[in-house]
Design a binder for this molecule. Structure first.
Ligand SMILES: NC(=O)c1ccc[n+]([C@@H]2O[C@H](COP(=O)([O-])OP(=O)(O)OC[C@H]3O[C@@H](n4cnc5c(N)ncnc54)[C@H](O)[C@@H]3O)[C@@H](O)[C@H]2O)c1
Length: 311
């Protein structure tokens, strides 16, 4: 049994990770400022004596005794990370700095939840970890993209300079129950719009592609990465199956039985045209690949949103 800190543990991915780690028998410290996460996401685990909840903002340092740190604290959806861009940068830069300082002091292994957004609007397809990306440093998404890029730099420098034991997961689009209703990302948007019979918003012509990873697959990948023997270089974690946004909309309409109409809006600035992970490194080094097909993942996610909409 290890004592494991999960920052951002009350969020969408974090809450699934906390649940998984508890099931594995670990002691889990969940640290969150509840900006986008909520206690409700962990309510079903509140009686577990191995779970401790800490209200804390990672822009401030904290002293704890832990063996491992999963550093997830950061709003992930554009609506949330653009709400206060300066705070998003602080969370990524100061937050990661403080978690690395902690990891260094207590000799804990630390995993950063980085993102496919570090590839920006990629000029290579699919994206391999060795690709450096095509990122606009002054656009509305930069607070997140560049924030995560600096976070990765900090991880590598703490490793080179201080021998901190690091892992970097580059997470691609992930979906599942416990995404926030107002998350604003495509899967939750489409499901909520379809279930409430509202218009389904397609940006551009819907021909841009994305790959969607179900959250249980991602949690498996994150824990394998954390526990593999040596993997300092970043690892892509995502589902390489590629769908156009239009295909996703049609699937959601079919699975919800909705007749909501499609409406088209202009593409937001810096919205990537294609995004698909090359996961050969994860397959080779972690023996990991996603197992949940999009239809099955959507079927597991739709009832969650239906319940939320009922209140
Ligand atoms: N969901 C995805 O598709 C995806 C893709 C790539 C990367 N990621 C990364 O995974 C991590 C988790 O994403 P998510 O989808 O669960 O998002 P989320 O917004 O649901 O979770 C983020 C959590 O971090 C907390 N948080 C935010 N700022 C904080 C701060 N300053 N101090 C303490 N806690 C803070 C929030 O309250 C929330 O509980 C993020 O780092 C995100 O960048 C997610």
């Amino acid at each position: 049994m290890a004592r494991i800190l999960v920052t951002g543990g009350a969020g969408f991915i974090g809450s699934h990770l906390v649940e998984f780690l508890l099931q594995q028998g670990h002691e889990v410290l969940c640290l969150d400022n509840y900006f986008t996460g909520s206690k409700e996401n962990l309510m079903h685990l509140r009686d577990n004596p191995r779970l401790e909840m800490i209200r804390h903002d990672v822009v401030n340092p904290i002293m704890l005794e832990v063996d491992q740190i999963f550093h997830l604290a950061c709003p992930a959806s554009p609506v949330h990370y653009q709400y206060n861009p300066v705070k998003t940068i602080k969370t990524n830069v100061l937050g990661t700095l403080h978690m690395l300082g902690l990891a260094k002091r207590v000799k804990a292994r630390i995993l950063l939840a980085s993102t496919s957004e570090i590839y920006g609007d990629p000029l290579e397809h699919p994206q391999q970890e060795k690709y450096w990306g095509n990122v606009n440093c002054i656009g509305p998404r930069s607070c997140y993209d560049e924030g995560k890029r600096v976070a990765e730099t900090l991880m590598m420098d703490y490793h080179r300079q201080n021998r901190v034991d690091i892992r970097i997961a580059r997470i691609f689009n992930t979906y599942g129950p416990r995404m926030a209703l107002n998350d604003g990302r495509v899967v939750s948007n489409f499901i909520v719009q379809a279930l409430s019979g509202k218009e389904i918003t397609i940006y551009g012509e819907g021909q841009q592609t994305r790959s969607f990873c179900y959250v249980s697959d991602l949690v498996e990948g994150l824990t394998r990465l954390m526990n593999c023997e040596k993997q300092t270089e970043p690892v892509n974690l995502g589902n390489p199956e590629e769908f156009t946004i239009m295909e996703l909309a049609r699937k959601v309409l079919t699975l919800t039985g909705s007749t909501a109409p499609l409406v088209y809006k202009p593409l937001p600035p810096d919205d990537p045209v294609r995004r698909k992970p090359d996961i050969s490194r994860a397959q080779k080094k972690l023996g990991w690949q996603p197992t949940v097909p999009l239809d099955a993942g959507l079927k597991a996610t739709i009832p969650y949103f239906a319940g939320k909409l009922k209140g």
